[in-house]
Write a protein that binds this ligand. Structure first.
Ligand SMILES: Nc1ncnc2c1ncn2[C@@H]1O[C@H](COP(=O)(O)OP(=O)(O)OP(=O)(O)O)[C@@H](O)[C@H]1O
Length: 235
């Protein structure tokens, strides 16, 4: 559960997030809005890359803003970036294994955890392949696999579907839609692909100019005339 209260982030005179209050409690939540709406800024606040001017954010009851970025990772926060953070000269296995150096996990079960995450994301057969040899889809899956080891509580996925083929997007949908069943973590998904949001997210938050334009069940939100006008470009 993510509880955001009266959150404001300003870059000079621009309020990227403007007095935002929202409770996100679905296993997979969507975060959408037009370009510049504040989506990435919100994810940056959650992961600790940006400090808000005011407000609070709690995840599963814990005050997130009181934790340093590395403490948030230990707490169970995971994030994928629009540009994948793959170590190019490490194998797929070692890319995932490296995450476990930074987070708590039961001693000795690293092999089992990495194996399980790679199997879940379809990367087990590619475990020995070096990062620079992976295609775009495999890189996206590797980002998710890294998020799944070491007791994650919340996955922040920033446009994981961008540039994928329809078949790959289908596979991504299945992986994201089952993350909660796989490891119990909540997912906050930013994507411009409304079909991906509709297929995976039961609850969706829409931002516009840093403000909350809508929050609720995804189907209702996507049918909201104000959302259709601001985001989808239709009346
Ligand atoms: N580091 C920064 N310095 C100054 N302004 C910034 C910074 N980061 C974001 N902004 C501004 O804050 C606003 C929100 O940007 P943000 O990147 O969060 O939007 P977004 O919804 O993620 O957009 P997109 O869909 O294009 O990724 C924009 O007006 C942007 O120009």
């Amino acid at each position: 559960m993510i509880r955001i209260s009266d959150l404001t982030v300003a870059f000079g005179g621009v309020k990227a997030i403007d007095a935002l209050t929202a409770e996100l409690d679905a296993p997979v939540c969507g975060l959408i809005g037009p370009n510049g709406a504040g989506k990435t800024t919100l994810v940056n606040v959650l992961s600790g890359l940006v400090l808000p001017r005011s407000g609070t954010v709690a995840v599963d009851g814990a005050d997130l803003l009181g934790l340093k970025p590395i403490e948030r990772v230990r707490f169970g926060l995971r994030r994928s970036f629009q540009t994948e953070q793959v170590v190019e000269d490490l194998s797929v296995w070692d890319n995932v294994r490296a995450l476990l150096d930074h987070v708590p996990h039961a001693r000795g079960d690293a092999v089992a955890q990495v194996t399980r995450a790679l199997a879940y994301t379809g990367l087990l057969d590619a475990a020995t392949v070096l990062g620079h040899r992976l295609n775009l889809f495999q890189r996206r899956m590797l980002e998710i696999a890294k998020s799944l080891v070491g007791a994650p509580k919340l996955l922040l996925l920033d446009e994981p579907g961008a540039g994928l083929t329809e078949q790959e997007a289908g596979a991504l949908r299945r992986v994201i839609g089952s993350v909660h069943a796989f490891c119990g973590a909540q997912v906050l998904l930013i994507d411009h692909d409304v079909d991906l949001i509709a297929a995976t997210c039961t609850q969706t938050l829409v931002l516009d100019f840093g403000r909350r334009l809508a929050l609720g069940p995804t189907r209702e939100v996507l049918d909201d005339p104000a959302v259709r006008k601001a985001y989808l470009g239709t009346e």
